[in-house]
Design a protein around this ligand. Structure first.
Ligand code: NIG
Ligand code: FE
Length: 410
């Protein structure tokens, strides 16, 4: 099966020249190629150049359009039940995210609903979210558990994520986030919940291959760095790769821990200190900025400009969840990254593709338009890739190419 994308106005390849991600100044270059076609064979990119049409070729004329890699969304909590618009309204009246959580709302509100919902409904709602994200160009994404917070409910969510992975055309990586909050039934004995995580859940998940990564919400009112270290080292010993939520609500010391443990990514970073920026820049850990969170919680924006200037490798993600980011569209995330986090359009595009793939450990096969990589691409109705974050309220995607199959959405 051969596919030719013929005559594009330009191809932003986001090529990383054989490296797993781009850091610092490398993020300024999207590897723009003009005057070339793309040949795909059996779902893999075979040639970028002048391609001759042959028999058995599907040819798509993309003149006047731009091709970019499929978006990778490396941080979502998209398996959840119910919504939390009332908390959004409370924050507009001055309540903080921490106050709402301490009063039993926040994550725990979603946990109650997610524990109660039947598995089939949880799955069908999540599947609809994934399909909608695909229509906006997200061809690969990560899903975290973390709205179960007891053995059976966390496993229900992880099994649902694995079913979605098996059923979806979208590439999915799965993260265990049992350490998202202390559930109310353990509020007076948090050590026991941490024991359940480390002695029961992590070994069970590892043995059954239910997750690729383990994550911890390390922040004020959630898990301390000492607790995070215990959970993450146990996860690593059980063969899971590591991620961390750090510095969202306060400067928590999470970056030092994440880089010290060689975490694949450390995410949020709204309150990262200058010392931590230096540590991150020297490490092989990808920083994941979640630009939608600051407006949702009326908090600080992550200093992406300083981090890139210091030489960090940054990705961006939606953080799609009912509390701090009801945003599921990477075009919107790019716009926020440029407008709020002071990233350039080129940096935001690399952050949403090659570096996002690196943040979930799949940039060896996804995240850029390069010979040998999986043919996941977006064809946009614009002659310049800058149109993506510029007119983000309109879905300007003409086609999503997933594994070499051309999907039509408009
Ligand atoms: O990434 N920080 C922790 N987790 C989510 C919030 C989850 C929620 O409020 O439901 C986040 O912002
Ligand atoms: Fe998150």
């Amino acid at each position: 099966m051969r596919l030719i994308l013929k005559n594009p106005a330009g191809i932003a390849t986001c090529s990383s020249s054989g490296k797993l991600f781009k850091r610092g100044d490398e993020m300024k270059d999207v590897g723009l190629v003009v005057g070339a076609d793309i040949l795909v064979e059996d779902g893999v990119i075979k040639q970028i150049g002048t391609v001759e049409e042959g028999p058995d070729c599907e040819v798509v004329d993309v003149s006047g359009k731009t091709i970019v890699p499929g978006f990778v969304d490396p941080h979502t909590h998209l398996i959840f039940a119910g919504t939390r618009e009332r908390e959004f309204a409370m924050r507009a009246k001055g309540k903080t995210y921490g106050e709402i959580a301490a009063a039993g709302g926040g994550i725990i509100e979603t946990v109650r609903k997610t524990r109660d919902i039947p598995r089939s409904k949880l799955r069908s709602q999540a599947q609809r979210r994934i399909d909608k994200m695909l229509s906006w160009g997200t061809t690969a994404l990560e899903i975290k558990s973390g709205y179960g917070l007891d053995f059976a409910s966390e496993i229900k969510i992880l099994e649902t994520a694995n079913e979605l992975k098996a059923q979806s055309i979208t590439d999915i990586m799965i993260t265990f986030l049992g350490a998202h909050a202390i559930p109310p039934e353990h509020s007076n004995d948090r050590q026991n919940y941490i024991r359940i995580l480390t002695e029961e859940l992590i070994p069970y998940i590892s043995k059954r291959n239910l997750a690729d990564f383990c994550d911890v919400f390390c922040d004020d009112g959630f898990f301390t760095t000492a607790e995070a270290e215990k959970i993450l080292t146990t996860a690593r010993a059980n063969g899971l790769k590591l991620k961390m939520h750090a510095d969202e609500l306060s400067s928590s010391g999470g970056v030092e821990l994440a880089t010290g443990l060689d975490a694949v990514s450390v995410d949020h970073l709204e309150n990262i200190s200058s010392g931590e920026i230096t540590l991150l820049a020297k490490s092989e850990t990808v920083g994941v900025v979640l630009p939608a969170v600051a407006p949702y919680i009326r908090g600080k924006t992550a200093p992406a400009r300083q981090m890139i200037d210091a030489g960090c490798a940054l990705a961006i993600a939606s953080d799609f969840n009912p509390g701090t980011s009801m945003v599921d569209n990477m075009q919107t995330v790019m716009w926020l990254a440029v407008s709020l986090n002071q990233m350039t359009v080129e940096e935001a595009l690399n952050a949403a593709t090659i570096n996002a793939a690196a943040a979930i450990g799949i940039s060896n096969r996804l995240g850029s338009i390069e010979v040998g990589k999986q043919a996941d691409m977006i064809v946009i109705n614009a002659e310049d890739y800058s149109y993506l974050p510029y007119h983000f309220t309109e879905n300007i995607i003409a086609n999503v190419v997933k594994n070499g199959t051309v999907l039509e959405f408009s």
